[in-house]
Ligand binder design. Structure first.
Ligand SMILES: Nc1ncnc2c1ncn2[C@@H]1O[C@H](COP(=O)(O)OP(=O)(O)OP(=O)(O)O)[C@@H](O)[C@H]1O
Ligand SMILES: [Mg+2]
Length: 388
């Protein structure tokens, strides 16, 4: 369970450590068993060896669809019987006093029910959402490189994931908002004419959950911005973050319940013609500007965009550590290879100083040669894992 909220001003040095990870028929890993310590965990091996698959397995120990957002059936090892299992022991270490006992987390699917994700916490069946009470996992992967130039929907999903790590109720508000949005869309499309009372009641639900979603997003961005403001511009590029509307224009005001009700009521005709809800929190977007140059992230170089994302994820880890009293497990896929040696050293020093556990991947052992301890190293080759 979470250790509690860190004292004001302090960022928790304590973190969660995956002390053991075992995989059965997960992607290219038929059977793998890894024991890791706190601090940095370096995975090296050739392309296609199975490094990202290990990070994906760890990401599935938290609620959600994991770092590839893949279907469960894709994760079953080709040629295996149709199920997979991921098991981990997580030690939440405390800053002071005795360590808590480790918690055993398990997830997977069984051949008889390939679409149903099974979750076990200390051996007992549990809902996937309750994994979030025991572990937080944040990641940065090469697939996220294009975040600032791709669709607003992907950025919104990214932002909502950041929000969720700080505010688990965000999922409930989002789900109810989406359900009300679909119901309103159907009603507006009804050529017999929409039941006005029913429409107003759906719009009231949209307004309530939409305002809660917006407030949670604003809180997360404020917390992230406060962390980022304390970071120097170098060695990692610092982004300035704001919520903007679907035209990229900074929103003049927060979405409050009354304002949203009026917005939806005023757009019934436009939304009917468009066949979708054309305005509201579901259309908002995350805008990032490179603090040092004032350029929008989409116009920055690939390296600058990567550096801003890295800063963002590190700041988010600080936010989660501050809010929940423990540093989340960080998964940094192929991040090291893209940094010059001085930035790489700066990253390792920062990760080691902040406590908690960070898993890093790369194709060459040399990338991880000079890391401040403690470090656990694994060599991955063809789904086989060896220390070193
Ligand atoms: N369900 C599956 N069953 C078996 N193998 C799979 C499955 N899904 C993916 N793979 C394979 O697992 C291998 C390892 O993938 P992974 O993405 O982990 O490699 P990697 O070590 O991260 O490589 P890179 O350095 O290129 O990123 C790949 O060859 C991939 O095609
Ligand atoms: Mg990979």
């Amino acid at each position: 369970m979470w250790a509690g909220v860190a004292p004001e001003g302090a960022v928790a040095q304590s973190g969660m450590t995956l002390t053991r990870l075992s995989l059965t028929d997960f992607r290219n890993h038929a059977g793998a068993d890894m024991a890791a310590g706190p601090g940095l965990v370096a995975l090296h091996g050739d392309n296609g060896a199975g490094k990202t698959n290990i990070l994906e397995a760890i990401s599935l120990l938290a609620p959600g669809r994991g770092l590839r957002r893949a279907a469960l059936s894709d994760m079953v090892r080709d040629g295996a019987g149709g199920g997979f299992a991921i098991f981990a022991e997580v030690q939440a270490d405390m800053q002071e006093g005795a360590d808590l006992p480790p918690v055993a987390l398990g997830t997977g699917i069984e051949p008889a029910h390939p679409g149903r994700r099974i979750v076990r916490i200390n051996g007992a069946s549990a809902a996937a959402a309750s994994l979030g009470e025991w572990i937080a996992v944040l990641w940065l992967t090469p697939a996220m490189d294009r975040l600032f130039v791709e669709t607003a929907g992907n950025r919104r999903r990214f932002l909502d994931r950041l929000v969720l790590a700080l505010d688990p109720r965000h999922a409930q508000h989002s789900n109810r908002y989406e359900a009300a949005l679909r119901a309103r869309g159907k009603l507006l499309a009804d050529i017999a004419g929409a039941d006005q009372q029913w429409l107003a009641s759906l719009e009231a639900q949209l307004a309530e959950h939409g305002a809660a979603m917006d407030a949670a997003r604003q809180r997360t961005l404020a917390a992230l911005s406060a962390e980022l403001a304390e970071q120097p511009d170098a060695p990692f590029a610092r982004p300035l973050l704001t919520l903007v509307d679907s035209d990229g224009v900074p929103r003049a005001a927060v979405h409050d319940v009354e304002g949203l009700k009026a917005l939806f009521a005023s757009r019934r005709r436009i939304d009917t013609a468009a066949g979708r809800a054309t305005a509201g929190p579901h259309r908002d977007d995350l805008s990032a500007v490179h603090a040092a140059t004032g350029r929008s992230a989409a116009r920055c170089s690939t390296g600058e965009q990567k550096a801003m994302l890295l800063s963002l994820v590190l700041a988010h880890s600080d936010c989660v550590a501050r809010a929940r009293g423990q540093r989340p497990v960080l998964l940094l896929d192929e991040v090291a290879a893209h940094l010059d040696p001085s930035r790489r050293t700066a990253l390792y020093e920062r990760l080691a100083a902040q406590g908690g556990q960070a898993w890093l991947t790369g194709t060459e052992a040399a990338l991880f040669g000079d890391m401040p301890g403690p470090v656990t190293r694994f060599r991955i080759a063809g789904g086989r894992i060896a220390a070193g």
